[in-house]
Write a protein that binds this ligand. Structure first.
Ligand SMILES: NC(=O)c1ccc[n+]([C@@H]2O[C@H](COP(=O)([O-])OP(=O)(O)OC[C@H]3O[C@@H](n4cnc5c(N)ncnc54)[C@H](O)[C@@H]3O)[C@@H](O)[C@H]2O)c1
Length: 373
């Protein structure tokens, strides 16, 4: 297998997830490019050094330009807070490097447009971390929908609840600040739900009305010890219209106690329904209309070797995949895109469509009006 040198910028939840995926992709798939862990970067020098050793990188740095300028590195992971995605992605693309950037793409549409322009000016590939669409079982659900198993699509309805910020005593962080994060639950979790809505329906949201709630209006700033205003949303909802003509509902919260990764969605069809819950990521619920009402009910489909690329990890059904396995699938799609010189979903062009929906939700929630995307 041909090798590709990789660098990871940012070393927390996502920096580690990308590093685990790089370490596993060659072994899991046995084809395409095999990542070689060249350099890891974190702004904190102690963390950078510690992560280099822990995660098995050859070198570490505190300056992301070292990663970008390194001739041994061809692919760069952007796993830093949202406000830094733009400058790092653009610098990497301008240097001809492929970019695997975490979601959301940026903190606002103009920034995302600059990133897309840099991608258009480069022959490098891009990918965004909308990992939930990369689950083999979810991809199989999409195939079933496209094959007409639930008839024609009549609606998409989704919820993404988490309890990351549900504790009112949770301190202030960059995620609660418009400048550093963009919007709140909208930027952090709604973007995943929109990616799922676009992916599963094969159609894009084009008109909507949105609504916000900031449940906890102030938080204690750990630096100053004083109360600081939260200037973005804890809860975000939207009634949405798609360009295919279907309608739907989207609702997310970062203050929903008990929901750990509560991404739940349903695609309604004229002959049935298909549903998924990320907290049970190996199970799909399928309802097919039957002429005999005694046989009607949801079927639970367990992930298995019939849902490729499941067998990259396991030979038998029921042994279950996890979040990192799905991240490996996402990376494999990017590695294939690089090897073949063909874009994979979701690249920056797909990402900007998601950003525009989040922006429309923001405009609508602030104005109280229906808006076009
Ligand atoms: N795809 C997913 O499911 C998913 C899940 C969680 C987070 N994310 C996204 O991943 C990104 C990172 O999230 P996280 O939870 O890992 O964040 P985090 O805030 O916990 O960690 C960010 C890391 O980046 C480092 N950093 C900050 N600025 C830097 C700079 N200029 N140069 C180098 N390092 C820098 C920090 O020291 C820290 O290690 C965010 O954009 C977030 O939205 C995606």
């Amino acid at each position: 297998m041909k090798e590709i040198g990789v660098g990871v910028i940012g070393t927390a939840f996502m920096g580690k997830a990308h590093s685990l995926a790089y370490a596993a992709a060659g072994t899991a798939f046995g084809d395409g490019l095999r990542p070689r862990l060249e350099m890891v970067c974190d702004i904190d020098p102690e963390i950078a050094k510690a992560k280099q050793i822990e995660m098995g990188f050859a070198r570490s740095t505190t300056n992301y330009m070292d990663v970008i300028n390194d001739p041994k590195i061809e692919l760069i992971s952007v796993c830093v807070p949202n406000a830094v995605h733009r400058e790092i992605s653009i610098a990497a693309l301008n240097a001809g490097k492929h970019v695997w950037c975490e979601k959301p793409m940026a903190t606002n549409v103009p920034e995302a447009e600059e990133m897309l322009a840099a991608a258009h000016n480069s022959s490098a590939q891009t990918m965004l971390g909308y990992n939930y669409t990369q689950n083999p079982l979810v991809q199989s659900a999409r195939d079933l929908i496209q094959e007409g198993v639930i008839g024609s699509i009549t609606g998409f309805h989704g919820i993404y609840d988490v309890d990351n910020e549900a504790d009112p005593d949770r301190p202030y962080s960059w995620r609660m600040n418009r400048e550093a994060s963009g919007t709140g639950a909208n930027a952090d979790v709604m973007c995943h739900l929109v990616s799922m809505a676009h992916y599963m329906t094969g159609s894009e949201v084009n008109r909507l009305v949105g609504d916000y709630d900031t449940v906890y209006k102030t938080r204690i700033d750990p630096q100053s010890g004083e109360e600081r205003a939260v200037d973005n949303d804890d809860v975000c909802s939207a009634l949405v219209h798609f360009d295919s003509g279907i309608k739907g509902t989207l609702r997310v919260s970062r203050v929903a106690w008990g929901r750990k990764c509560g991404l739940r969605w349903e695609v309604h069809g004229s002959q049935g329904m298909i549903c998924h819950d990320q907290e049970r990521l190996n199970e799909l619920q399928l309802y097919k209309r039957s002429d005999d009402p005694r046989q009607q009910g949801f079927t639970t489909i367990l992930s298995g070797q019939y849902h490729e690329p499941y067998t990259a990890f396991l030979p038998n059904a029921g042994h279950t995949l996890g979040f990192i396995d799905v991240k490996v699938c996402e990376l494999h799609n990017l590695l294939c895109a690089i090897a073949e010189g063909k874009p994979a979903w979701p690249n920056f062009g797909d990402g900007i469509k998601i950003e525009k929906v989040m922006d429309a939700i923001d405009r609508s929630a602030l104005s109280g009006q229906w808006v076009d995307v």
